[in-house]
Design a protein around this ligand. Structure first.
Ligand SMILES: Cc1cc2nc3c(=O)[nH]c(=O)nc-3n(C[C@H](O)[C@H](O)[C@H](O)COP(=O)(O)OP(=O)(O)OC[C@H]3O[C@@H](n4cnc5c(N)ncnc54)[C@H](O)[C@@H]3O)c2cc1C
Length: 390
């Protein structure tokens, strides 16, 4: 009997694609399904810090990602107030071996193109337009009924199906995502050559950042408080984004001014998922946002998804024995949960601290003072904890 596990991965986002590549790299027989008939990528960028780049290197795509995105010189993040006055510069750490930059910005569609090309090179084309209707678990496997009615047996099913995971229902029962109270605006613009750093403008209760994502482009990302269920007509998003940050000046102003019909703008209501351990039930496992979606204030959700994939590939046994599989899955989530929780808690705390500044100018002054004194130390501490959680 072959010792390779037959593994179904549901969802071909960052988590699903990286898990497929990492597990196929260990010789497992991977099937990757994606419910979208034609991949639609969110129009925006994503930033990947050095820990995420280390994991992407383990997956085998760091060179391609580095060639496509934009690495920020010296990992510098310039913090300004919302009028563009400097508060403090903070420097993010390079990879542990100093081989990878501190922060890379990349367009999401480009990151996905790199991942899918890598999967193609492994002979692993995702099955698009495919979901599942039923998971029937038995002692020696899971029989999956796909949306086209076909059935197949697997040793392990991995739910990489995001915040609104259907697989999570099987593992945790009804566990809907929790609305964070924040909405995020993002827009893509041409990059002036001189804009090479990550820049963050700290408004009262709002944040608006600039991140280069290629030689030609950058993206703006801004967070605002927003009541749950607040609907906005996508046709009005460019105007609404401009209005949301009307009080902001400095380097963001020209980009806000150019927002109009035809601009690439995206609004996302941010949700969190805190699935309790274990992140599996029997032979069905959750990974990435399906298990631990985070608010985006630390910019680490994607990196956590890639690290999940790399660690799972390390832990999975080279045998189809049920108890070895159970032991590996327990060990995997025990390793991954503390660091994912660290990111979630830190990110939530940053968002909530910002929200407390609303309508309180004193709070902003105190924040700026505290940032000058503590911001670099906080970044250094966070990255030390990421790499070695307590
Ligand atoms: C506003 C915002 C900004 C962010 N910025 C950053 C950042 O700068 N850096 C960073 O590291 N992280 C960032 N993140 C977090 C990051 O985007 C996510 O953590 C990451 O994309 C999660 O990937 P995933 O593959 O787990 O989920 P998803 O990206 O949601 O992928 C899930 C996939 O599964 C598919 N799917 C769903 N259900 C099914 C089904 N039943 N059958 C088949 N397929 C299915 C979906 O179509 C999708 O393709 C941000 C998040 C937000 C909300």
């Amino acid at each position: 009997m072959s010792s390779a596990l037959r593994i179904l991965i549901v969802g071909a986002g960052i988590a699903g694609c990286c898990t497929a590549a990492a597990l196929a790299g260990r010789g497992h027989r991977v099937t990757l399904i994606e419910k979208q008939a034609v991949w639609r990528f969110q129009s925006s960028g994503i930033f990947v810090y050095s820990n995420g780049l280390e994991s992407l290197r383990d997956v085998g795509v760091a060179d391609a990602v580095l060639a496509t995105g934009f690495a920020v010189d010296q990992g510098r993040n310039r913090y300004l107030d919302h009028l563009g006055q400097p508060i403090v510069d903070v420097f993010y750490p390079r990879s542990v071996d100093d081989q990878l930059p501190a922060i890379l910005g990349i367009k999401r569609a480009e990151l996905h193109r790199v991942l899918v090309q890598h999967l193609d090179s492994l002979g692993l084309a995702p099955r698009l337009d495919t979901a599942f209707t039923h998971l029937d678990e038995h002692a020696d496997g899971v029989t999956v009924t796909f949306s086209d009615g076909r059935q197949e047996a697997f040793d392990l099913v991995i739910g990489a199906d995001g915040v609104r995971s259907q697989v999570r229902v099987h593992v945790c029962g009804d566990l809907p995502p929790r609305y964070s109270g924040f909405g995020v605006w993002r827009s893509v613009h041409r990059r002036p050559p001189e804009l090479r750093d990550k820049v963050m403008l700290m408004g009262p209760g709002k944040r608006l950042g600039i991140m280069p994502i290629s030689e030609d482009h950058l993206y703006l990302f801004g967070t605002v408080r927003q009541p749950e269920g607040h609907w906005m007509d996508p046709a009005r998003w460019p105007a609404l984004m401009r209005e949301s940050f009307a009080e902001f000046q400095g380097p963001v102003r020209p980009f806000l001014d150019e927002l109009g019909d035809g601009s690439e703008v995206l609004y996302t209501a941010v949700e969190e998922v805190i699935a309790p351990l274990p992140w599996h039930r029997g032979r069905v496992l959750l990974i990435g946002d399906a298990a631990h979606a985070s608010t985006p204030f630390m910019g680490q959700g994607g990196a956590m998804a890639v690290a999940d994939a790399v660690e799972l590939a390390r832990q999975l046994p080279a045998t189809r024995d049920a108890s070895a599989l159970e032991t590996a899955l327990v060990r995997w989530s025990a390793l991954r949960q503390p660091v994912c929780r660290l990111v979630q808690d830190a990110s939530r705390a940053v968002g909530e601290a910002g929200a407390r500044e609303l309508n309180d100018p004193q709070a902003c002054l105190q924040r700026d003072r505290a940032m000058r004194e503590n911001a670099q130390r906080q970044v250094d501490t966070f990255f030390a904890q990421l790499r070695q959680p307590a």
